[in-house]
Design a protein around this ligand. Structure first.
Ligand SMILES: NC(=O)c1ccc[n+]([C@@H]2O[C@H](COP(=O)([O-])OP(=O)(O)OC[C@H]3O[C@@H](n4cnc5c(N)ncnc54)[C@H](OP(=O)(O)O)[C@@H]3O)[C@@H](O)[C@H]2O)c1
Length: 327
């Protein structure tokens, strides 16, 4: 089998985790990396034994030996970088959120449709085997009709300062786009588009959500969702039906630990996770690329548009606006 050749642009925190997981996935290689900082590019290349390092993203986009580009830069740069990669004929795995708003996500999707090339948002939790198990239990009717989801994502990032990507609006700061997207994803994936949403936020002086509680309402179900950069929390998720419950263990978005509780009793299930858990989205992208599928059936372009639209709706309610919203 021909190895899928990857390139990474934007060599920060997540690029490092991704590169170490990519090394665990068979039949693919990290062909090239690019950073705005030449020494970061060459250090990264040395650390992960990458053949080529570029100081300009454009050089990576034009490298004929790169098949798929992983866009790992800050949220506000995702759209421009993904579109440039696509225009150069590359398939793209784009970090979440795919764009700053639904307009940007639609622009990226339009570009991938026209090319046509592979495009997927790197919503890695979707590909976690524990999530597949949760879906299977629900489909098998183990917990009956789904009535309630409670999921949170929180950590104390207050010491990162107001110029960090967590808080600076020009860097896409705010908890919803960075981590609230995970609880939102869980409710949307299991219950679909809500009938209505409500949100309440603690905003910073710069006007982004440092702390956000939101409710998705469905005809016969509710999801209580939460994200915050203000405090640590154990981050479990509860998924409750009329005849049972599923608990996803601490740091539910990456866990392999599940508990199913029904009238028959309690069943604990632990699924081993390969690497940090980014291996599964890499496997999916590789498979789609090899099969000439431009989108994954597990996380489609429409699903990325839907969650971006939901985040736009929530932001309207809490009055969080980014420079990109006016474009
Ligand atoms: N899936 C996950 O688990 C996960 C986890 C963390 C983050 N993420 C996502 O990945 C993306 C990057 O997050 P990160 O934590 O890796 O960020 P980071 O380490 O702060 O920065 C990533 C890269 O962004 C580029 N960048 C461009 N303009 C910048 C600026 N003004 N200041 C700082 N960096 C700038 C830099 O690329 P150069 O190297 O080219 O200079 C930097 O290396 C975000 O969109 C985030 O949502 C995903």
């Amino acid at each position: 089998m021909k190895a899928v050749r990857w390139g990474i642009v934007g060599l920060g925190n997540i690029a490092n985790k991704f590169a170490s997981d990519l090394a665990l996935v068979p039949d693919c290689s990290l062909e090239a990396v690019a950073s705005s900082d030449p020494s970061r590019a060459s250090d990264f290349a040395q650390k992960y034994q990458v053949k080529k390092s570029y100081a300009r993203y454009t050089d990576l986009f034009q490298d004929p030996e790169v098949d798929l580009v992983y866009v790992a830069s800050l949220h506000p740069l995702h759209a421009a970088l993904a579109i440039e990669a696509i225009k150069n004929g590359k398939g793209v795995l784009c970090e979440k959120p795919m764009g700053m708003n639904a307009v940007q996500v639609n622009q990226i999707v339009k570009s991938a449709t026209a090319a046509p090339v592979f495009l997927m948002e790197a919503l890695w939790t979707r590909f976690n085997p524990a999530f597949a198990q949760v879906q299977q239990w629900i489909a098998e009717g183990k917990i009956g009709r789904l009535r309630y989801i409670n999921a949170t994502f929180s950590f104390n990032g207050l010491d990162r300062g107001e110029d960090s990507r967590l808080f600076n609006p020009k860097k896409g700061g705010g908890s919803l786009l960075d981590i609230g997207i995970y609880p939102l994803f869980l409710a949307y994936s299991l219950l679909g588009l809500p009938e209505s949403v409500k949100a309440s936020a603690v905003l910073t002086k710069q006007g982004v959500d440092e702390q956000l509680a939101f409710i998705f309402s469905y005809p016969k179900a509710q999801a209580l969702l939460y994200s915050s950069f203000a405090h640590d929390e154990d981050m479990q998720a509860r998924i409750c039906g009329e005849s049972g419950e599923i608990y996803m263990g601490s740091r539910w978005h990456e866990t392999g630990d599940l508990k199913l509780v029904t009238k028959e009793g309690e069943f604990k299930h632990s699924i081993p996770i390969t690497g940090k858990g980014y291996t599964y989205e890499i496997l999916e992208a590789n498979q789609c690329f090899r099969d000439h599928q431009n989108q994954s059936s597990k996380w489609t372009w429409q699903q990325s548009i839907d969650i971006a639209t939901l985040m736009d709706t929530l932001r309207k309610e809490i009055k969080v606006v980014y420079p990109e919203d006016g474009e």
